[in-house]
Design a protein. Structure first.
Length: 115
């Protein structure tokens, strides 16, 4: 099983980034997918979730209206479009898959929002 995140980097406040998470080794279309993030000294927090079929999404209050989670089950990939980025969005972002009493994590990708 692999979850490989990409798309992180350094961006100025107000900018945008699109994270991708490519999945392999399990039946991607049967798993709910989420993005989490963790800043230094803080607990890992849930950012956004999308159901297996993509029909329902949920967001942390701190990112509602700015971030959009989506998935392409044909490509086994989940995305996180991040707009209007703020310095407080700086964190390592992790991809997560949950289903059938199993949880998988990616290695994380760093997002830094700074001028």
């Amino acid at each position: 099983v692999q979850l490989v995140e990409s798309g992180g980097g350094l961006v100025q406040p107000g900018g945008s980034l699109r994270l991708s998470c490519a999945a392999s080794g399990f039946t991607f279309s049967s798993y709910h997918m989420s993005w989490y993030r963790q800043s230094p000294g803080k607990e890992r927090e849930l950012v956004a979730t999308i159901t297996s079929g993509g029909g329902s999404t949920n967001y942390a209050d701190s990112v509602k209206g700015r971030f959009t989670i989506s998935r392409d089950n044909a490509k086994n990939t989940v995305y996180l479009q991040m707009n209007s980025l703020k310095p407080e969005d700086t964190a390592v972002y992790y991809c997560n898959a949950e289903g059938f009493r199993r949880t998988y994590w990616g290695q994380g990708t760093q997002v830094t929002v700074s001028s």
